[in-house]
Design a protein around this ligand. Structure first.
Ligand SMILES: C[S@@+](CC[C@H](N)C(=O)[O-])C[C@H]1O[C@@H](n2cnc3c(N)ncnc32)[C@H](O)[C@@H]1O
Length: 414
């Protein structure tokens, strides 16, 4: 995914200071320097990062048996556990969400005029990660968010929610953005009973980051409950951003959810026309190219300059968060033509997105792309063209079969 340089560079010393002062105010550390103190990190943070990593890997395997709720309550030092999540996992997820925001901006998306006040909601917000990601995205790749508005944060762990509120305000001040209000909701979500109470208001920005995979309900049920919630609680022209792990099982689950949402939306009991449109990453509502093969899945990747302390944490834990993989979907409650939302995609012909890295092979680039006809492997001349996972080719003329096709030319790449 192409991310603006200012965003990938935006997590240096100033970001670290904002993060450290949030931790000091929340009494999670005694001084900002703790973040660079290897002895402190080794003793108080690293063991929890390792346990959380183990837990997330278990959650993303077939035998997921225990969610974060139990984990937040377990362990001898819940403060250090929250600190470990905040320092080690939150910034990467924040950056993933900000990158998705920047992809919308890159393709020309503008915040809808029909929505003059921002009303965002984040589910399973943890420390307000996705909401803070929206702020970072808006700073470096603005969509033109209204100056007024609020973010409702729904989270089952009270202390994490409080940390999230604190962090969100700190981040807004650090980025010089409007101080949007936060509305904390300490609540245990039960999607089968509805993602929101029936009397809850409507929102125009719906955020879920690394949370859908925590619910052990089948994709069809996730799709049904989401669609019901969007019918009732998402404004027309409201935007939905879903970010999930890149691992095969979870990523495929997202692809199933996509399929089910499209099918349910197209076959409404009252015969009404579909309401939801998938804007990203797919360039259409066609059958998913990755789903066609039971072993395949679909994910993106972004690189960044990690916050300096995170490099230290990575060294101590053996993790490597230089490159961040993830799966994502952006939906909008609108049937206006896609070109009106993503004007950069206005074109006369076909669109294909690279869904693998592009490798140099002799004079060529080689990669997989996905489009209306599904997924296929291709080569094209590399001279003068920079391609990477996430690039979009407009009007490519190609020949060959799914395993080996050749692009003879294309109008432009995005
Ligand atoms: C992996 S964390 C992700 C946190 C945050 N969205 C992020 O991207 O960093 C999952 C979060 O969802 C919350 N969560 C899981 N199940 C929940 C439920 N049933 N109700 C409310 N929150 C829940 C957990 O407490 C945790 O904070």
């Amino acid at each position: 995914m192409k991310v603006p340089v200012s965003l990938s560079d935006g997590f240096g010393d100033a970001f670290e200071q904002a993060l450290a002062s949030t931790c000091v105010e929340a009494k999670l550390i005694s001084a900002a320097d703790d973040l660079r103190n290897r002895r402190f990190l080794n003793r108080s943070v690293v063991p929890h990062v390792q346990r959380l990593t183990e837990l997330f890997n278990r959650l993303t395997s077939e035998d997921a048996s225990e969610g974060l709720e139990k984990y937040w309550k377990k362990g001898s030092n819940p403060e250090n556990l929250r600190l470990a999540y905040f320092l080690s996992f939150m910034p990467g997820n924040l950056y993933r969400v900000a990158s998705v925001w920047s992809e919308l901006a890159r393709l020309g998306f503008k915040w809808p005029q029909t929505q003059p006040a921002l009303r965002a909601v984040e589910f399973g917000a943890g420390p307000a990660t996705a909401s803070s990601g929206v702020l970072a995205g808006e700073k470096h790749a603005p969509l033109g968010l209204p100056q007024q508005g609020n973010f409702a944060l729904i989270e089952q762990d009270r202390q994490t929610l409080q940390l999230g509120e604190r962090w969100f305000s700190k981040q807004a001040a650090f980025l010089g953005l409007p101080l949007y209000e936060t509305r904390p909701f300490h609540r245990k979500l039960e999607p089968a009973k509805g993602w929101l109470p029936r009397q809850a208001p409507k929102f125009n920005l719906w955020l879920m980051s690394y949370v859908l995979n925590e619910f052990e309900i089948p994709p069809k049920e996730i799709a049904r409950t989401l669609l019901e919630a969007w019918d009732r609680h998402l404004e027309d022209d409201g935007l939905v951003i879903l970010v999930e792990p890149a691992l095969r099982l979870q990523s495929r689950k997202m692809l199933e959810v996509r399929k089910e949402i499209l099918a349910l939306d197209a076959a409404r009991a009252d015969g009404a026309p579909p309401r939801m449109q998938l804007l990203l990453p797919c360039l259409g509502h066609q059958a998913c190219g990755a789903r066609a093969d039971a072993e395949d899945w679909c994910h993106e990747e972004v690189s960044w300059w990690r916050p300096p302390y995170l490099r230290g944490v990575d060294e101590l834990t053996g993790l490597d968060r230089k490159t961040l993989p993830f799966s994502y979907q952006v939906w909008i409650k609108s049937q206006k033509p896609r070109d009106q939302w993503l004007p950069e995609l206005k074109h006369q012909g076909s669109l294909h997105r690279l869904v693998s890295p592009a490798f140099k092979v002799g004079p060529d680039w080689e990669f997989y792309w996905c489009g209306e006809e599904g997924k296929r492997r291709l080569r094209t001349r590399s001279d003068g063209v920079e391609l990477e996972r996430g690039s979009i080719l407009v009007d490519a003329a190609f020949r060959g079969d799914k395993q080996a096709s050749r692009i003879d030319g294309f109008k432009r790449s995005l």
